[in-house]
Design a protein around this ligand. Structure first.
Ligand SMILES: Nc1nc2c(ncn2[C@@H]2O[C@H](COP(=O)(O)OP(=O)(O)OP(=O)(O)O)[C@@H](O)[C@H]2O)c(=O)[nH]1
Ligand SMILES: [Mg+2]
Length: 469
């Protein structure tokens, strides 16, 4: 009897599956909403039928899901209960912004469809770890291949010329640049001065984010988490002359401010960037990248082009080519990447096609490269937590598609927010027509109902469908 139990346990363990799903996106892209909805949909999957595009649910193979303690004890827990509490408060509220990595673990029980699994036992379990981390951290990947001098030069160049966003950046950087002008990096280092200039530089990066520019480096400066105030986050680029090998033409003394900045930059690369890729990124099996295409459409040309650059940068993290930085750090595991345009409920349903083709354009260049590397990729649009309902509005004799929702100020509105361009918009788009969307608060829904969504089931199918067969 005991032996039979042991054999059964052994079979069970070898047939159960594990999957680490990473969820990322630039700040406010909708990560917390996505994870909350995903967990909520799975917890409700055995009793509710609102996931028709998710095969295991449609085929009634899902027996149930429950939350279980995570195995990685070094990462904070994703606060699902608080998010749900906020969504169910009166009036409903969106979950608070988050700043760090966090994770949550689910055990999903299902009936296998065929094969050895089915023969040996009637149920299997998929252990799913869902990890939330800021997309800004991926913007730091290129630092690993850069010297302090190269990085400084890059940052300074961003402020010059007529590239999209340069003018805005140089305005935002003014206060820091004035301080930098009065700073001699060849003098003996003074920690307080370095801290003061770092603060001004960090403020400039925050101001970039607040003005709709997402491409900021180092990414951890705007989302420091526990490292707030630590010297490893206190450095900034400097302007200096370099020789043909990229080395400073002036002699650098060991006790100079320059030497301090350079060593902190190197420490940042090693202890923050490299450590993230080795300790976290290397463990991911699947990745979803959430993109809010609508916010930059609202903010204008520079913000949009800047986001396009940031997405391109973000995608470098899935380039596992032979000579890539990643290859040197670890062997890649991610086999599927989903790009999802979030908050689709902000636009009318007829605009969803355009939203997807716009996203495809945004990721196009890098996309070709990644599919070449053998990763399965897809683009889609979704609303993790649907806050509006589609409807119609009459303008004169014509009836137009519209959306209806309640604003954060508790005002009910029916509106047509605008057309989403199917391609990267040209200058005329910004001059001719704007795009205007409102923030809506979540809908009121009873506790025992799964959260309303648009195409979460399609996302689940791409990310988990094959693991629940
Ligand atoms: N209408 C609508 N709004 C959404 C949806 N998902 C997110 N939002 C809005 O986007 C905001 C940001 O969403 P979060 O899920 O907090 O985004 P995040 O990526 O976790 O943001 P950070 O934690 O700040 O990085 C929310 O407060 C909502 O206003 C959605 O599906 N529909
Ligand atoms: Mg969040």
């Amino acid at each position: 009897m005991k032996i039979k139990q042991e054999v059964n346990d052994l079979v069970k363990r070898s047939l159960d599956r594990h999957l680490r799903l990473a969820v990322t996106g630039l700040s406010r892209a909708g990560k917390t909403a996505f994870i909350t909805s995903l967990v909520n949909q799975l917890l409700n999957s055995s009793t509710q039928e609102n996931l028709p595009l998710f095969e295991p649910s449609r085929n009634k193979q899902l027996l149930g899901a429950k939350r279980i303690p995570q195995t990685n004890l070094m990462v904070p827990r994703f606060d699902y209960d608080i998010a749900i509490e906020q969504l169910h408060s009166a009036p409903p509220r969106w979950p608070e912004p988050t700043k760090d990595v966090s994770e949550i673990r689910l055990a999903i029980r299902f009936k296998p469809k065929k094969g050895a699994r089915r023969l040996l036992k009637s149920t299997s379990t998929l252990y799913l770890d869902i990890v939330d981390y800021p997309g800004e951290w991926l913007l730091d990947l290129p630092l690993l291949d850069m010297s302090f001098e190269q990085w400084s030069q890059n940052q300074m160049e961003l402020l010059k010329g007529d590239k999209a966003g340069s003018q805005l950046r140089s305005q935002l950087a003014k206060e820091w640049l004035v301080k930098l002008n009065h700073f001699n990096c060849f003098d003996t280092a003074n920690e307080n001065r370095v801290a003061e200039l770092s603060k001004a530089y960090t403020q400039y990066l925050h101001d970039c984010k607040d003005s709709g520019l997402h491409w900021v480096q180092p990414g951890r400066f705007v989302l420091p988490g526990e490292l707030e105030g630590a010297p490893v986050l206190q450095f900034f680029p400097v302007e200096l002359e370099v020789d043909e090998h990229g080395k400073p033409t002036k002699e650098i003394k060991r006790d100079s401010a320059y030497a301090m900045l350079r060593s902190r930059f190197n420490e940042y690369k090693k202890k923050i960037v490299k450590a993230f890729y080795q300790e976290h990124f290397a463990t991911f099996d699947r990745q979803i990248v959430l993109v809010d295409c609508l916010q930059p459409l609202n903010s204008g040309h520079d913000s949009f082009m800047d986001m396009s650059g940031a997405i391109n940068q973000l995608m470098q993290s899935f380039k596992y080519g032979r000579n890539s930085i990643l290859k040197r750090l670890f062997s890649a595991k991610i086999d599927k990447v989903l790009f999802a345009a979030t908050k689709a409920d902000h636009v009318t349903p007829d605009q969803h096609v355009n939203l997807v083709s716009l996203l495809q354009q945004l990721v196009h260049e890098a996309w070709q490269h990644v599919s070449y590397e053998g990763i399965d990729m897809e683009c889609m649009s979704l609303a993790s937590i649907q806050a509006t309902m589609p409807g119609f509005a009459s303008v004169g004799d014509t009836t137009l598609q519209a959306i209806k929702g309640t604003t954060l100020e508790e005002e009910t509105m029916t509106l047509f927010p605008g057309e989403v361009p199917p391609k990267l918009p040209q200058q005329e788009y910004w001059q001719k027509q704007g795009f205007e969307f409102y923030q809506f608060r979540p809908l009121k829904i009873p506790h025992d109902q799964a959260l309303p969504h648009i195409r979460m089931d399609k996302a689940l199918q791409f990310l988990l469908g094959d693991k629940l067969r």
